[in-house]
Design a protein around this ligand. Sequence first.
Ligand SMILES: Nc1ncnc2c1ncn2[C@@H]1O[C@H](COP(=O)(O)OP(=O)(O)OP(=O)(O)O)[C@@H](O)[C@H]1O
Length: 290
Amino acid sequence: MFIEMRNVEFIYGDKTPFEKKALSGVNLTISKGEFIGIIGKTGSGKSTLVQLMNGLLLPQQGDVIVDGINTKDKKRIKEIRKRVGLVFQYPEYQLFEETVYRDIAFGPRNLGFSDKEIERKVKEVCELLEIPESILEKSPFELSGGQKRRVAIAGILAMDPEVLILDEPTAGLDMKGRKRIFNIIERLHREKGKTVILISHNLEDVANLCERVIVLNNGKISFDGPKHEVFENIKLLEKSGLIAPDVLYLQHRLKMRGFKIERFEYKVEKVADIIVKNLAGNITKEGDRR
Ligand SMILES: Nc1ncnc2c1ncn2[C@@H]1O[C@H](COP(=O)(O)OP(=O)(O)OP(=O)(O)O)[C@@H](O)[C@H]1O
């Protein structure tokens, strides 16, 4: 078990007139190599949850343990940050150096990597994230939205974290930009064995990419399990204030009409195959009857 949260509660502005309980009674464990999606309506506590996972926020109640280290152990916070990398929802929060190179190098430099190691790391992550050398001396603020995202991810990956957390990594990107980011994330999981935790408002993306899904509702976990269990339970999604992807509503409707669906699919092409297969079955049956 790599990350463990035990009975965690987090309150913003604790003991002030503005206090706001963002999370309560959160228990969860995350193992190496998982690909987890975190979903929940706006304000349900998703960003708070992931900031607790790398010690950026500390719980008022309960404990967060990362690879055996309690995030409250101030002396070991660097070790935690090195293990759990968090890419913020807004890349602007993360990019502040004068050049792209310096921004990507910031994390490893802070962790005490040598210049040679930093250079090697920057080169490696740029290749992985398809960041051309020609932009390394540019200001991060001159970049396009997609490039900014990739540079923000590169800066975190350069520290070689075991766990990569991405908070809405494709917000504001067009279809092509989104596909590019998701391909990269998928490869990081599949080829580099990274544990990935993805927050997304887009349930279709989560359904397509993740293996396990955690649903948050008003600061509590309302579901945690295999994705097919959550996505086949439209009522559960609705109770948590979420709307299931259209492909799922379609398959529920087809099932009600007598279509045989063994396993719900998340890609339109695959649903089309189900329909064709069912219709073909019916036509054959008709033929048999005649
Ligand atoms: N800095 C803060 N000060 C006070 N309250 C906050 C702060 N950040 C978040 N909150 C509140 O805590 C709750 C959880 O917020 P959080 O950002 O974790 O939710 P979220 O699910 O990530 O939302 P979104 O989908 O909109 O990003 C919300 O009610 C939010 O208003």
